[in-house]
Design a protein around this ligand. Structure first.
Ligand SMILES: *Cc1c(COP(=O)(O)O)cnc(C)c1O
Length: 336
């Protein structure tokens, strides 16, 4: 990234060659570096509903019917669907296969699936893609936080998704303001034309820097060279280290777990009896957050007397610190 910051290059050329290289590395037709997964959602949607050389829905319509609807499952409405709506489309919510089939019409520009909800969806991701393919409507899947497993970099496209979007700054460990859109060649090209560096485009606000383009490529190269089994063992080791410390507290339970989808790596759940300890989740979160050093836990607020620790962003030696702080916050001073 430092090298890139000192070189002056044609951004068009850089995007093209880097896109080609990433596509070859992950095994898909085409790829585009974006300024984040949210930007990839906007560009992907624009690619599906705008004509390649037009910059708004109205221009695209050109006397034809506007493809101004995006269909998704009701449960897949989420905080980032604004990134889809930025393009000017209307979100159409469905709940069943029947409703989905009936909702598809000449205005349908795209079908959208939120990968991390696959296990809880009435329509699973494979069936959703099959329906999209059968109806010849492009389908986009948001898999922002779904690396690892690395195979997601190609299986979602193989499953039938025309486009898949990822964050560069999450599991890929790339530049924080980078993202990746992969999929069918003509759609990736359209996504590119609807974003930076093109000035009159919906995606121009999500500028991608040359440092970011090169940085994400490097991150993907490094990611694909990693030994997933060794990473897994290291994360398990950190979880175990914290667990063994917590196990000394008899009123607190520490249990390793792996989320079934998204952030699919070893974590530790720490729970306690609120009657015995007199501590709420908020007390514990605040104590960890305001202590030295500051520690953040996973933002899962479903249980008032439980926190979840993610270890995969920790630097060597930091699991020991997290163990010590959790012990102090939940330990004897608090009534064990
Ligand atoms: C993080 C996330 C995004 C946004 O990703 P950025 O790379 O920060 O733009 C979108 N969708 C989901 C499901 C996410 O987890």
């Amino acid at each position: 990234m430092e090298d890139a910051s000192k070189q002056h290059v044609e951004i068009e050329e850089l995007q093209q060659v880097v896109g080609k290289r990433i596509a070859a590395l992950v095994g898909v037709e085409a790829a585009l570096v974006t300024s984040g997964c949210a930007a990839a959602l906007t560009l992907g949607t624009a690619a599906c509903v705008y004509a390649v050389d037009k910059s708004s829905l109205e221009e695209t319509s050109n006397g034809n019917v506007l493809k101004n609807q995006v269909i998704l499952q009701k449960s897949h409405r989420f905080s980032f669907d604004r990134a889809i709506q930025n393009v000017g489309v209307e979100l159409i919510e469905v709940e069943t296969v029947n409703e989905l089939n009936n909702a598809i019409n000449e205005r349908t520009g795209m079908l959208f699936f939120l990968n991390f909800l696959d296990n809880e969806s009435k329509i699973g991701r494979e069936e959703f893609a099959r329906i999209a393919n059968r109806k010849k409507i492009p389908a986009l899947i948001d898999a922002a936080a779904d690396l690892p497993p690395a195979r997601n970099l190609h299986i979602l496209v193989e499953m039938g998704y025309d486009l898949a979007a990822f964050s560069g700054g999450k599991g890929l460990c790339g530049p924080q303001s980078s993202g990746l859109l992969i999929g069918r060649k003509e759609l990736i090209k359209a996504a590119y034309l609807n974003g930076p560096p093109h000035e009159d485009s919906v995606g121009r606000i999500g500028k991608v820097s040359k440092e970011g383009i090169v940085g994400l490529l490097k991150a993907i190269e490094l990611y694909l060279q990693r030994d997933p089994a060794a990473d897994w063992r290291e994360w398990e080791h950190r979880v175990d280290l914290i667990r063994l410390t917590i196990d000394k507290l008899h009123t607190v339970r520490a249990e390793p777990f792996v989320p079934k989808i998204a952030n699919e790596v070893p974590h530790l759940a720490i729970s306690w009896d609120p009657q015995v300890l007199g501590l709420t989740r908020t007390d514990v979160v605040n104590a960890l957050r305001t202590g030295e050093p500051r520690i953040e836990v996973r933002p899962n607020e479903s249980n008032e007397s439980k926190i979840e620790i993610a270890v995969w962003m920790l630097q060597p030696g930091e699991a020991e610190i997290v163990a010590r702080r959790c012990f102090e916050v939940l330990g004897p001073k608090h009534g064990d």
